[in-house]
Each structure stands twice: as structure tokens, then as C-alpha cells.
Design a protein around this ligand. Structure first.
Ligand code: URA
Length: 233
């Protein structure tokens, strides 16, 4: 989801229907405030969360929202679905329809799901270049061996997308449990990677995304706003 950034004079002109020449005069006369500060520079960039006032009229006052949800198994990571309850159905907020999901989880995966209406934030979080690690606990049907560690670190070629997965970390917790850190989010990535060893994933749970760790006090289906520290990756 792209964020909406615009030059201040253009933004006001589009919002109010006042031509840009007039808007510039208004700016010069100190009639515009952005985030509570006088704004005189036509080149100033505003986005969808800038608070913009012309005289005493509020032209825009959107607030960014950042949530963590403990996604239960059986709930779909989508905003609309005909057959299943969606993660949006679990949220009790007026602005919930404006939210999008930051990195989906499969229907039978549980754990940390992030939702926001801030497109720039979610893009940064999901961009492999930013190397934000997503940590999963994985339950396997068959025993693990040391071989898995090097295979995950080396990357695996996926013919369908014609890509090789980025180096991923795998730690063996016990015979049938692994902790896996991915730095990207390919379709069914973990299941497909263990599939190479013909080892079915029987339980998958996301523990954290970067520094954001699923809050233990959240029961499946519950959500809370992120703290300032969690948002600032
Ligand atoms: N990998 C998967 O296979 N499923 C998920 O839900 C997340 C990562």
C-alpha cells in the first residue's frame, strides 16, 4: 500500500478547490498550519497523517494506527472473505476498515500479526532490504537433523517464482521443534522449505517481527496498539 505524499500547495488546492495561485497567497499570509506549526513553504511535503488547517478549518486530521493481533488458527489474514472469519472481524475499532495487514499468515498459522493504515511503515517492515527478521516456532511431523540448518542458511530455489530464498536461520529446539527466522515472506515459505525434506509442518506460530514480540498477555483473537518503541523500528 502506497502512502499519499503531496506538496502542500497542491494538497490544499485539491482539498478545497481553491486555485494554487490563491493557495500560495494564503500560505504567504500565514493562514495555514501543518501539525500545529505555521506553514509558509509551498514545497513542504504533507502525507496522509499530516494535520492541516486553513484558518480554523481542519482540512485533514488522520491518525496513524499500529496494532498487534494474536492471530488464532482458523481466521483468515484478509480484510474480506466469504467463508471464514477475517482478522478485521476480530478488531473492535472505528477505523478498522482503513487497516491493512503487514505480512500475512496462513489460515492454520497462529501468532503475531501486524495491522496499520501507514503504508510507508508497512513497506519498510516488509522490504527484504531492511532485513527485518520474522521469527517462527515450527512443529514438524518427522525428526530434524543438522542438515536443515545449512539448507536454510544457503537458501532454496523455488522454481515457480524463479527465486532463491534469502539466507534464513534455523535453530533446533528439540527433535520435532525448530525456531526459524526469515527475512522475507514468500508464499507458504516455511511449509515449502520443510517440504524439501518431505517433513510436514504440523504447527506454525509467529513469535516476533523485528523488535515487536507477541505480547504474552494477549489471548488468541485479542489485539492492542503498538507502543512508540515498537513502532520505531
Ligand atoms: N510460512 C508459511 O508457510 N506460512 C505462514 O503462515 C508463514 C510463513
Amino acid at each position: 500500500m502506497e502512502s499519499k505524499r503531496a506538496r502542500l500547495d497542491r494538497f490544499i488546492s485539491v482539498k478545497t478547490g481553491i486555485n494554487r495561485k490563491h493557495v500560495r497567497l494564503m500560505l504567504a499570509k500565514g493562514r495555514v498550519k501543518v501539525d500545529g506549526e505555521l506553514a509558509r513553504d509551498i514545497d513542504q511535503i504533507v502525507d496522509e497523517f499530516s494535520h492541516v488547517c486553513l484558518d480554523n478549518r481542519v482540512l485533514q486530521a488522520n491518525e496513524p494506527t499500529y496494532l498487534m493481533l494474536h492471530k488464532p488458527i482458523g481466521v483468515v489474514s484478509a480484510t474480506i472473505d466469504e467463508n471464514h472469519k477475517t482478522v478485521i472481524d476480530l478488531i473492535d475499532r472505528e477505523d478498522k476498515e482503513s487497516l491493512h495487514i503487514v505480512g500475512r499468515l496462513d489460515l492454520n498459522t497462529s501468532g503475531l500479526l501486524l495491522l496499520t493504515n501507514d503504508g510507508r511503515w508497512s513497506k519498510r517492515l516488509m522490504d527484504p532490504e531492511h532485513k527485518v527478521g520474522k521469527l517462527y516456532r515450527v512443529q514438524l511431523k518427522n525428526p530434524l537433523t543438522e542438515e536443515y540448518i545449512s539448507a536454510f542458511a544457503k537458501g532454496m530455489y523455488f522454481e515457480f517464482e524463479d527465486i532463491t530464498t534469502l539466507p534464513a536461520e534455523l535453530e533446533i529446539v528439540d527433535n520435532h521443534t525448530a525456531l526459524v527466522t526469515l527475512y522475507e515472506g514468500r508464499y507458504h515459505q516455511i511449509k515449502r522449505m520443510f517440504g524439501r525434506f518431505r517433513n510436514p509442518v504440523i504447527g506454525l506460530h509467529r513469535i516476533s517481527v523485528g523488535n515487536i514480540v507477541l505480547d504474552n498477555s494477549l489471548k488468541p483473537g485479542e489485539s492492542r496498539a503498538l507502543t512508540g518503541e515498537e513502532i520505531s523500528l
